[in-house]
Write a protein that binds this ligand. Structure first.
Ligand code: NAD
Length: 454
């Protein structure tokens, strides 16, 4: 069997590497229009950082895993085509700021149609608005030949930072298909790919629309937990309750569970915001005003949390941060990834720069992406690989990503090199606040009473 994946990004690359590793009998070709990205997948320096990814790629690459820019040939040769192209939020025209921009998906569909000489199964792996498969099918059926395309939905649930573990042992694989005989046969073919390593009971099959909507709903529910605990963190700061204690108390309830209850500067990543906004747009399109407003609030709460974080910094540092050196530890949207898309750090840096702070950013994997994200304000920000150099002379440290290396910094050394009084704002609640306070820091967590010497 030959399998092609269109789109060699954060989803296409790792997912196909895992399929190739687990299915040596299947030839997997990953193609992309971005030649630089493909060259990186072929090299020792992979285009994305993900723990364990390099080992999986190296095991299969050249054996049954190939990377190429020749999209047309890979389409022609494939039995199954995974579509993993980007589906960002639309920035123009109808639905700008909310709806999904489906231009890459549509181009891909047309390219598949133009280059196919045999029947194919098309798998939507990109996250898409519910009922996109119908549009995809219409484009694919607009040809004049007798070639048949079966469109399936197979959304990806991996999380960056733990992608390899998630792919190795997914909570579930979701496959949506049509209830026709052909649709069922196509689903069975895809089930058989995953069944090489995923227990059958963890492979769910549904109708196409449930599958498409389940991905949007899953991201909305996850983000909602973050916004819910962040809303409580604001109340904790006002009442001397401690959000970590509250999260522990509610998370012990087995109906609620402990995960995704860490108060913070908010969620980031390329998916949560875009997928919720897409859900909001869908609700609006169907005239469902209240559901749209309900989900919109999850995004609003996230923006509020970042503004609150900067507000606390300004207030505690004597109502001015102009000219003050602020060292930000972490720019990636979470630990163990270099991905900075929609990272809370982006808006926090912009707010600090607007206050005329002297911002220095450090991150073990994300500095290159940070430079691109901040390309319009590079005159006001500096980048430093070594966290101690970043902190040297700073008035304040802000922790924006929960990288392990920031939990284990020598904070005595850091404190000694800082301007006094020294402040630390832990936007991830990942440091030992009492120990920092005892070193002399004025410590501010999220949803916690300040530990201040002032
Ligand atoms: N990143 C995640 O954690 C994650 C998780 C689950 C689902 N998703 C979804 O998966 C999809 C892809 O996300 P990503 O993070 O991998 O995006 P990405 O931007 O990293 O990768 C997409 C790739 O598709 C390529 N591409 C676009 N048009 C193309 C075309 N016509 N032909 C060939 N290649 C083309 C781009 O060059 C790019 O390299 C999105 O819909 C996203 O919502 C992402």
């Amino acid at each position: 069997m030959k399998l092609t994946c269109i789109g060699a990004g954060y989803v296409g690359g790792p997912t196909m590497a895992m399929i190739a590793k687990k299915c040596p009998d299947i030839t997997v070709t990953v193609v992309d229009i971005n030649a630089e990205r493909i060259a990186a997948w072929q090299s020792d320096l992979l285009p994305i950082y993900e723990p364990g990814l390099k080992e999986v790629v190296e095991e299969a690459r050249g054996r049954n895993l190939f990377f190429s820019t020749d999209v047309d040939t890979a389409i022609a040769e494939a039995d199954i085509i995974f579509v993993c192209v980007n589906t960002p939020t639309k920035t123009f025209g109808h639905g700008a700021g909310k709806a999904s921009d489906l231009q890459y998906l549509e181009k891909t569909a047309r390219q598949i149609l133009a280059n196919s000489t045999s029947d194919k199964i098309i798998v939507e792996k990109s996250t898409l608005p519910v009922r996109t498969a119908a549009a995809m099918q219409r484009i694919l059926d607009s040809g004049t030949s007798n070639i048949h395309f079966d469109v399936l939905s197979n959304p990806e649930f991996l999380a960056e930072g733990t992608a390899i573990a998630d792919l190795e042992a997914p909570d579930r694989v979701l496959i949506g298909g049509h209830e026709t005989e052909r649709g069922q046969k196509a689903m069975e073919a895809l089930v058989n790919v995953y069944a090489h390593w995923v227990p059958r009971e963890n492979i769910l099959t549904t109708n196409v629309w449930s599958s498409e909507l389940s991905k949007l709903a899953a991201n909305a529910f996850l983000a909602q937990r973050v916004s819910s605990i962040n809303s409580i963190s604001a109340l904790c700061e006002a009442t001397e309750a401690d959000v970590t204690e509250v999260a522990r108390a509610i998370g012990k309830d087995s109906r609620i569970g402990p995960k995704f209850l860490n108060a913070s500067v908010g969620f980031g990543g390329s998916c949560f915001k875009k997928d919720i906004l897409n859900l909001v747009y869908l609700c609006e399109t169907y005239g469902l005003t209240q559901p749209a407003a309900y989900w919109q609030q999850v995004v609003n709460m996230n923006d509020y949390q970042q503004e609150r974080f900067v507000g606390t910094m300004i207030k505690e540092m004597f109502n001015t941060i102009a000219g003050k050196r602020i060292a930000l530890c972490g720019f990636a949207f979470k630990a163990d990834t270099g991905d900075t898309r929609e990272s809370p750090a982006i808006s926090i840096v912009r707010q600090l720069v607007a206050e005329r702070a002297d911002v220095v950013i450090t991150d073990p994997k994300a500095l290159n992406n940070a430079k691109t994200d901040l390309s319009d304000i590079l005159d006001y920000v500096t980048f430093e690989e070594d966290p101690y150099k970043a902190i040297d002379g700073a008035h304040a440290v802000g922790v924006l990503t929960d990288w392990e290396c920031y939990k284990t910094l020598d904070y005595k050394k850091a404190f000694d090199s800082m301007t006094k009084p020294a402040f630390i704002f832990d936007g991830r609640n990942c440091l030992d606040h009492q120990a920092l306070y005892e070193l002399g820091f004025n410590v501010y967590g999220v949803g916690k009473s300040p530990l201040s010497h002032i």
